[in-house]
Design a protein around this ligand. Sequence first.
Ligand code: 13P
Length: 287
Amino acid sequence: MLVSAKEMLTKARQNHYAVGQFNINNLEWTKAVLLTAQENQSPVILGVSEGAGKYMGGYTTIVGMVEGMLKELKITVPVALHLDHGSYEGSLACIEAGFSSVMFDGSHYPIEENVEKTKKLVKICAEKGISLEAEVGSIGGEEDGVVGAGECADPNECKMIAELGVDMLAAGIGNIHGQYPKNWAGLSFDTLQAIREKVGEMPLVLHGGTGIPEEMVKKAIDLGVAKVNVNTECQLSFAAATRKYIEAGKDQEGKGFDPRKLLAPGTKAIQETVKEKMQLFDSIGKA
Ligand code: 13P
């Protein structure tokens, strides 16, 4: 059964580790993440962007696939199915479809409008036992065509949003989606510290988990980050393993063109990346 992310994140925040959110793109991705979580007894969050939702055939399709896998693959670790960077309408659609967690990204609205919309969703999610993530200060880089500048959130605005009753808060601290440019200044720990002082025990979310140096990730977890989002890194490992298979001519040997064979190395590569991240976030054995 899918669970809200609230309990797993509260525990992670209290015990100084983080739960990984791994974005899924198809059946292989979903299976790879779920099996790795089970094998390592780690709680996990499956992230679905609105674009990936469309790609996979709609939110209801995804709920069906994930719930089916939980049952058939005998997954017993806590799993949350979470909308990543949702619009207000997208959040409502996912709640309706059976997601157990949603992120409403109102960071591009003026703060008053972000507050207004987040407030409405807090009420709806609370009634249904669904966890809600909000965002203050846009995360830079490009995701699904949405380009953010990579700002540092205003700690007072974080406090305003946190006090509405959300379960987790994504606050920009210089992080960006996708690979980091060579001249990236790194995470702003001063901002993170200032935010933490304003929001207390609220689990914080670090987006753009791909390519952040390990020491910075650990320090961020020490300072209150309880959820780290990873997307691009799994895509890169999947692509590299698939490329290797094709370049070695394996698809032309016997039935190597069979998708079950063709996609196997990429799927295994995702499993390895997910496991590395779980080790780094220290969520292994915390299910
Ligand atoms: P990356 O693609 O940089 O890992 O970021 C993922 C993310 O933050 C999803 O919201």
